[in-house]
Design a protein around this ligand. Structure first.
Ligand code: AHG
Ligand code: MN
Ligand code: MN
Length: 336
């Protein structure tokens, strides 16, 4: 087969082709995804060099080239912010790494219709030990009018308003996965050409699965309604074919990516000391709830409330998170 007839799409080719099916599309979302893909490639290069920090220079010091060595999460934040600021689709961003949102104050950005939320580097405790980490993003239509500076209300929207959401996983290979209401598409970075290439079209959460992912060390601290569910995951002779297999990487991106492919449930419950748990609604839970839901799974908070229905009150608020295969979440709901 000639190369011209190949059935492999790069990220750009795919999003541009999708545009043809949407009559009034302006291409702004494609441009935004291309910008995010570019930042992801730059972050990927630095992530791959993370183990060399000790010989090239410690964090916060200067490396052998005399450049300041930045912490990777700060570097990632700057990369994503940079491409979006210079792009044509984004009016501002909110990031886990910054105290407050940043409106982009230039003519093109002010005219843009989207704003983005980011966890630039998720699973940062895994950087030093060569374990998968990621980036998480969400895209909203701004509420304020084009031409104005973006305001806090543009970011403080329920997840149900998301236009798109996605993640990048820096793992044994690097992947960019994004969801719109039309579906979830997975692209693997082909290092030989430096392009994200469609490898996992139309990803679906398996109806059910055998993997449960939770930090077992916190078991006795967890919400009392969650404890019996976790015990149930460990029992044999259940109608659902337990015991399940426990897998926990400690990077939400990597844990949910695996479960999306293999089927499973990922949990970060509230604890006695922190009833809202650890994960942030705007930067981690909402984007993933959107992806999980489009893929046919379910994402809930405590008491079974849908994550996507939560009306956020502040940019950095946290929420318990339970997401994954439909049948497994429905089983959990009987405990909550
Ligand atoms: P971040 O590196 O962005 O702060 O996020 C880490 C998060 C999440 O990725 C992961 O699921 C969770 O922290 C792990 O927390 P525990 O170590 O408490 O289990
Ligand atoms: Mn995170
Ligand atoms: Mn982070």
């Amino acid at each position: 087969m000639s190369n011209v007839n190949r059935k492999v799409f790069t990220l750009d080719e795919f999003t541009i082709q999708q545009l043809r099916n949407i009559p009034n599309a302006t291409g702004e979302l494609s441009a935004l995804l291309r910008d995010i893909g570019l930042a992801a490639k730059r972050v990927n290069v630095e992530v791959n060099k993370a183990g060399l920090v000790d010989i090239l220079g410690d964090l916060g010091t200067t490396n052998v080239q005399g450049e300041e060595v930045k912490k990777l999460d700060v570097f990632a934040n700057e990369q994503f912010m940079g491409v979006l600021q210079h792009g044509v689709s984004c009016a501002g961003i909110a990031s886990e790494e910054m105290d407050t949102f940043i409106p982009f104050d230039d003519v093109i950005s002010r005219e843009s219709k989207y704003v983005c939320s980011f966890d630039p580097l998720d699973g940062s405790s895994n950087i030093d030990v060569n374990v998968s980490i990621g980036t998480i993003f969400g895209v909203y239509w701004r509420k304020t009018k084009s031409g104005q500076l973006a305001e806090e209300q543009d970011f403080l929207q329920a997840g149900t308003n998301l236009v798109a959401a996605g993640y990048i996983i820096y793992g044994s290979s690097t992947m960019l996965v994004y969801a719109t209401r039309r579906g979830v598409q997975g692209f693997t970075l082909d290092p030989s050409i430096g392009e994200f290439t469609l490898s996992h079209p139309d990803m679906k959460f398996p109806e059910t699965g055998k993997i449960y992912s939770v930090n077992h060390g916190n078991y006795y601290e967890y919400d009392e309604k969650v404890q019996p569910y976790i015990e149930n995951c460990q029992r044999k002779n259940k109608s659902n074919g337990g015991p399940y297999t426990q897998r926990y990487i400690g990077s939400m991106v990597a844990d949910l990516h695996r479960n999306l492919i293999k089927g499973g449930i990922f949990m970060y419950p509230g604890t006695k000391e922190k009833p809202e748990g650890k994960l942030r609604l705007m930067y981690e839970c909402n984007p993933f709830a959107f992806i999980v839901t489009v893929a046919g799974g379910i994402a809930i908070s405590k008491k079974g409330q849908r994550i996507l229905d939560i009306e956020p009150k502040s940019l950095h608020e946290r929420t318990p998170f339970f997401g994954g295969s439909k049948a497994m979440i429905e089983e959990l709901e009987t405990y909550l």
